[in-house]
Design a protein around this ligand. Structure first.
Ligand SMILES: [Mn+2]
Length: 235
């Protein structure tokens, strides 16, 4: 069994559709989503598409902020678009377990099983990461939140895999990033028309900031974004 791991869609429907088309092309039937699904320009459409895959879904901080009505204009607008589906978003758990042949027991969460917002990266010191995941009983943690693909292993043997971001990757190169779980971890990048997507968002009614559109159209490199995340962490 292979499982597609996707995360941080951030309401970007064209990016999600490109990924789902590739997942189907590869004959992968199971999907796990590591959070931050519905806040963005197509919250309702992305919600419906993701639910149609029967994915296992965890809730990210941006999803939580939409539920709480606290992520500024875009969060409030997304909440309004979602209507009573917000009750479903509110029930998404912080962590989900599954088993994948070749990898073992996988715990999926947005950041950690206790927090949907703690920041760590591929260069965060091992001892700090080990402390964050001390209570985790699994072989692999699949996380999201920082929008950068990586795969690292702690001294305990616990493997931390971030499949990257579907809707707002910080990878220098444009595209929609994800990963295949089983029998090993393999990273993927699906191409879609980012420029056209930005134009469509600009022409629409979603209150997406110019700053966010800039990030989508001209993303920082993974090294730049990682360095920035480490400063957020207080490193
Ligand atoms: Mn997040």
């Amino acid at each position: 069994m292979r499982v597609a791991a996707i995360s941080d869609i951030h309401g970007n429907l064209p990016a999600l559709e490109a990924v789902l088309a590739d997942i189907e092309r590869e004959g992968i039937e199971d999907v796990v989503v590591a959070g931050d699904t519905v806040s963005g320009p197509w919250p309702l459409e992305v919600f419906e598409r993701v639910l149609a895959t029967d994915a296992l879904i965890v809730r990210g901080n941006a999803d939580r902020l939409v539920v709480e009505g606290g992520e500024g204009n875009l969060g409030a607008w997304s909440a309004e678009r979602l209507g009573d589906r917000l009750e479903v978003v509110a029930r998404w758990p912080l962590a989900i377990e599954l088993e994948v042949e070749g990898l073992g027991r996988i715990l999926t969460c947005h950041a950690t099983p206790e927090s949907d917002e703690v920041v760590y990266t591929r260069v965060t010191p091992e001892e700090e990461l080990s402390a964050l995941f001390a209570g985790v009983d699994a072989d692999v943690v699949v996380c999201g939140h920082t929008h950068i693909q990586y795969d690292r292993q702690l001294p305990s043997g616990l493997r931390i895999v971030n499949p990257g971001s579907v809707g707002l990757p910080y990878e220098g190169q444009l595209g929609a990033y994800w990963a295949v779980l089983g029998p090993d971890v393999t990273f993927r990048r699906s191409e879609y028309d980012v420029e056209r997507t930005v134009e469509t968002i600009r022409a629409g009614t979603a209150p997406v900031s110019e700053q966010l559109l800039e990030l989508l159209a001209t993303p920082p490199t993974a090294d730049e974004a990682t360095a920035h995340h480490e400063t957020l962490r207080g490193a």
